[in-house]
Design a protein around this ligand. Structure first.
Ligand SMILES: CC(=O)SCCNC(=O)CCNC(=O)[C@H](O)C(C)(C)COP(=O)(O)OP(=O)(O)OC[C@H]1O[C@@H](n2cnc3c(N)ncnc32)[C@H](O)[C@@H]1OP(=O)(O)O
Length: 216
């Protein structure tokens, strides 16, 4: 994890926030506040919840001291573009994204993680692989040598990406899917859970099944 004063805010206050919290607290991080775009319930007693950018403005007015880092606790494919806009805005507000790696994950030395990337429990990032900004490599997902995942991408739990695969920005690969070597998956594509991808996937296309085929 990045150096700093180990204080962070989370944007997103539901399931993925709980996952990140369980990585951050044992690493010595303090969650200063949690934000969500929707009026959800406060997840924890020790971190105040604020709603939307208006809530952020109120928190920012009252916050004293150095600005904390931020992590986006948002896994939804539908909000992938929104994540990038949110990250840019938080950057403009003076906050820096934290790159988070679970202690049980393997990130090979030659792999590169973009700002705000999150690598969760048991995930494996192979040699020379590239993980884009604000992407999630979820529980036990793997992405092998020389492959790349674009910004705000998401490899869901157990997804297997073979070597030399190129995955565009905002793509989501569903739980347990497999992508064969040297294929290209376009921006915004959605690969269904359990699919086996044997051909390139066009941008903004949804595929499912074995072999994976486009579906409405
Ligand atoms: C920690 C975490 O949990 S991270 C989150 C990980 N999430 C995922 O991996 C989810 C990935 N999403 C999927 O696989 C989804 O099922 C999608 C996107 C493929 C389809 O979602 P929806 O459009 O809502 O499909 P819906 O559930 O209505 O099903 C429509 C049809 O597709 C079938 N179907 C749904 N998903 C799949 C799939 N992965 N593979 C094959 N068929 C599927 C359904 O059985 C149904 O068939 P029917 O019309 O013959 O009854």
């Amino acid at each position: 994890m990045a150096a700093g004063d180990r204080t962070i805010i989370l944007w997103g206050a539901t399931g993925h926030a709980r996952v990140l919290r369980d990585i951050l607290l044992p690493g010595g991080w303090t969650i200063a506040a949690v934000f969500d775009n929707r009026p959800v319930a406060a997840p924890w007693a020790d971190a105040p919840l604020f709603i939307g950018r208006e809530g952020f403005a109120r928190w920012r007015r009252d916050w004293q001291g150095a600005l904390p880092g931020f992590a986006l606790a948002i896994g939804s494919h539908g909000f992938a573009a929104g994540k990038l806009a949110l990250a840019a805005w938080l950057g403009d507000e003076g906050l820096s994204p934290l790159t988070i790696v679970h202690p049980s994950a393997v990130v090979e030395p030659s792999a590169r993680l973009g700002p705000g990337a999150q690598v969760l429990a048991g995930a494996v990032i192979g040699a020379e692989a590239r993980i884009g900004a604000h992407s999630i490599v979820n529980t036990r997902a793997s992405i092998d040598h020389d492959s790349c995942l674009g910004d705000a991408g998401h490899l869901a739990p157990g997804a297997t990406v073979c070597g030399e695969v190129t995955i565009g920005h905002r793509a989501m690969l569903g739980a347990g899917c497999t992508v064969l070597p040297r294929l290209a998956i376009g921006d915004g594509a959605l690969i269904g859970a359990g699919a086996v991808v044997v051909r390139d996937v066009a941008p903004e296309t949804r595929v499912t099944g074995i072999p994976a085929r486009p579906r409405p």
